[in-house]
Design a protein around this ligand. Structure first.
Ligand SMILES: [Zn+2]
Length: 111
């Protein structure tokens, strides 16, 4: 049996998430341009992630509302990979709580 496809840190190839943890590919990262992490790009939503360390908790304005998030970093090389949603202000966004955003530019898929 083939091992499951993994999404790995593009920098050091540490496995971060598995294919069956991928919830959505339709995310765009558009963080508050006046905030500290102005950037845009495609991102994936995952139900779980491993081999990561968390940065400081912070509030951030995304298109869909205000969230409390924590940046996530590769535990091996320290590269910033995305963030975890800790809390969502909008009731219809609550499903994102506890889930992980990985930026496509920071991960690569391995089969
Ligand atoms: Zn890494």
């Amino acid at each position: 049996m083939d091992p499951p496809a993994t999404y790995r840190c593009r920098n050091c190839q540490t496995p971060i998430a598995y294919r069956d943890e991928l919830l959505s590919k339709s995310y765009m990262v558009v963080v508050d341009p006046f905030g500290i992490q102005a950037k845009t790009g495609q991102a994936f939503l995952f139900s779980d992630a491993r081999n990561i360390v968390f940065g400081q908790k912070q509030e951030t304005n995304l298109i869909t509302g205000v969230y409390t998030i924590a940046s996530i970093f590769c535990s091996n090389c320290g590269e910033e990979l995305g963030w975890k949603y800790l809390q969502a202000s909008e009731a219809r966004q609550k499903f994102k709580e506890g889930k992980f955003i990985l930026e496509l530019s920071k991960i690569s898929k391995h089969f």
